[in-house]
Ligand binder design. Structure first.
Ligand SMILES: Cc1cc2nc3c(=O)[nH]c(=O)nc-3n(C[C@H](O)[C@H](O)[C@H](O)COP(=O)(O)OP(=O)(O)OC[C@H]3O[C@@H](n4cnc5c(N)ncnc54)[C@H](O)[C@@H]3O)c2cc1C
Length: 456
């Protein structure tokens, strides 16, 4: 009771909500429906608020779940019994755009789409994009080291972070609004918080790198007959199209079901193929970019690497390709007890790994249908599978993660470990690595109040 009193003495609604003031929206992330409503939600406006709130919670040993836009797919932001939530939703200001340094400085709770728009309004470009752009927050993106649709060209979210303000569990504020491209003055501490899923500190402000806005975009949907051809297409595209910005692969069962479940999705082909690839490039040369793109595709069709290709002739054509690819939302809504995977696999092992997964699921769970698609240009593919029960879902996770480890893969290429994948971390990380992670956690958060039970 004394913590409640101490918090209420310093913060009033809407900065802090208790019991009936707390709505259901804080109960879970995107994958866990309505699991556990926290008894309190802290809603800071400033880094100083976050620091004061954490000081009080840390002294009282109150555990906290950090909440961004709640679009996470691994349960990291879903409260556990007894945890209070700290939501960044009111920290949503664009602070500065620096046209000389090519950076934007924002509060961590700003939705990704608003950061993209602010950059665009300034004639610049934020090279981070994902399906949840309207709801996810930039702080959540950095805390999960998000991937998305353009990693092949610009790298993961980590590559875009220049500086950061973060708050440790005891309220200590670490301020480094670095804009320098080169800065080797000691440890690069921001890296500790990128991808650590809120377990080491709370990110409150971020300085992000921006790029000149591309002037052209070329898109095609390609039909191919084998994974060998898909990989040859990837290699050729990387060599001949330095501006390649997306390489998304869909297996035929995913492609077909999305055409059916996504309203207005149009199939650009009349024939069926073994694999479908969305290939995109962005450039700065309106006179030649389209020509280069077409040349590449026509050469590869001549060499019978690409069997068929539909070129986007308009923005609406390109949007149609992405509607099919982004049909995962509609597809998931049709599935019961869906198991979601975001697996990372070295490109050369993808075909063997997927075949192994398909054979194993067929043998162990013949009634489970799994759909395969993903950012294959980054060695990352997704599986979504409807299951009959929570127990069967666990069995599917267990089987797939074991196979992932066998092929030198990562159990999570982009969504993070959260609280869903902790028991499988050993398939992707060695004992000594996990031990060092635990040492870091104890050093930065000795009372274990921040996101306990996430990652390990
Ligand atoms: C339709 C859809 C498409 C998606 N596509 C992609 C994709 O292409 N690539 C991809 O990587 N992900 C994707 N995701 C997953 C999700 O959008 C990302 O993981 C995103 O980065 C999470 O951001 P969020 O603000 O919603 O974070 P939340 O879900 O609120 O939190 C995620 C984790 O980060 C922690 N956290 C949040 N904010 C902070 C902060 N300020 N400081 C410290 N810790 C924090 C939380 O505690 C939690 O552990 C998709 C999700 C959906 C629903």
């Amino acid at each position: 009771m004394s913590l409640r009193k101490d918090i209420r003495e310093r913060f009033n609604p809407p900065s802090v909500l208790f019991d009936d003031e707390v709505s259901d929206k804080y109960s879970s992330d995107w994958t866990d429906s309505g699991k556990c409503k926290p008894e309190a939600v802290l809603r800071p406006k400033t880094t100083e608020d976050v620091s004061n709130m954490l000081q009080l919670c840390n002294s009282a040993g109150q555990t906290i779940v950090v909440q961004g836009g709640l679009t996470g797919l691994s349960g990291g932001a879903s409260p556990k019994p007894g945890e209070w939530s700290l939501s960044l939703e009111r920290m949503n200001k664009i602070i500065e755009i620096d046209q000389d340094a090519l950076t934007i400085t924002v509060q961590a709770g700003t939705p990704l789409s608003e950061v993209q728009q602010a950059a665009e309004d300034a004639g610049l470009y934020l090279a981070l994009d994902l399906g949840a752009r309207g709801s996810c927050q930039i702080g959540g993106n950095i805390a999960t080291n998000a991937g998305g649709n353009q990693v092949i060209k610009y790298g993961m979210a980590r590559a875009l972070v220049s500086g950061m303000v973060a708050v440790l569990a005891d309220g200590t504020v670490l301020t480094n609004r670095n804009k320098l491209l080169k800065n080797n003055a000691g440890y690069d501490l921001k890296q500790l918080f990128i991808g650590s899923e809120g377990t080491l500190g709370i990110i409150t402000e971020i300085v992000l790198r921006l790029f000149p806005k591309p002037l052209t975009k070329q898109s095609a949907m390609c039909g191919l007959q084998s994974m060998t051809d898909v990989i040859r297409l990837l290699k050729e595209a990387r060599t001949r199209l330095p501006s390649i910005s997306a390489f998304e692969v869909m297996w035929p069962n995913y492609y077909d079901v999305c055409i059916n479940v996504v309203a207005d999705a149009r199939n650009p082909f009349s024939e069926e193929y073994a694999y479908y690839v969305i290939l995109e490039s962005e450039g700065h040369y309106p006179d030649t970019d389209f020509e280069h793109f077409c040349e590449l595709l026509s050469d590869l069709m001549e060499q019978e690497i690409v069997t068929n290709a539909a070129l986007a002739q308009s923005i609406s054509d390109a949007e149609n390709f992405w509607k099919i690819r982004d049909g995962i939302g509609e597809l998931t809504a049709e599935l019961k007890n869906a198991a979601h995977f975001d697996i990372g696999i070295p490109i050369r092992n993808v075909e063997a790994c997927v075949n192994d997964i398909q054979d194993t699921l067929l043998e162990k769970f013949p009634n489970v249908t799994a759909y395969y698609f993903g950012h294959l240009g980054d060695g990352n593919f997704h599986i979504v599978a409807g299951t009959e029960s929570e127990q069967q879902k666990y069995g599917v996770y267990d089987a797939v993660y074991e196979i992932t480890g066998k092929y030198d893969g990562s159990i999570t290429a982009e969504h993070g470990v959260g609280s869903h994948k902790t028991q499988w971390l050993h398939h992707s990380r060695e004992e000594a690595e996990i031990a060092l992670m635990k040492t870091l956690k104890v050093t930065l958060d000795p009372k274990g109040i921040l996101n306990p039970g996430r990652i390990f």
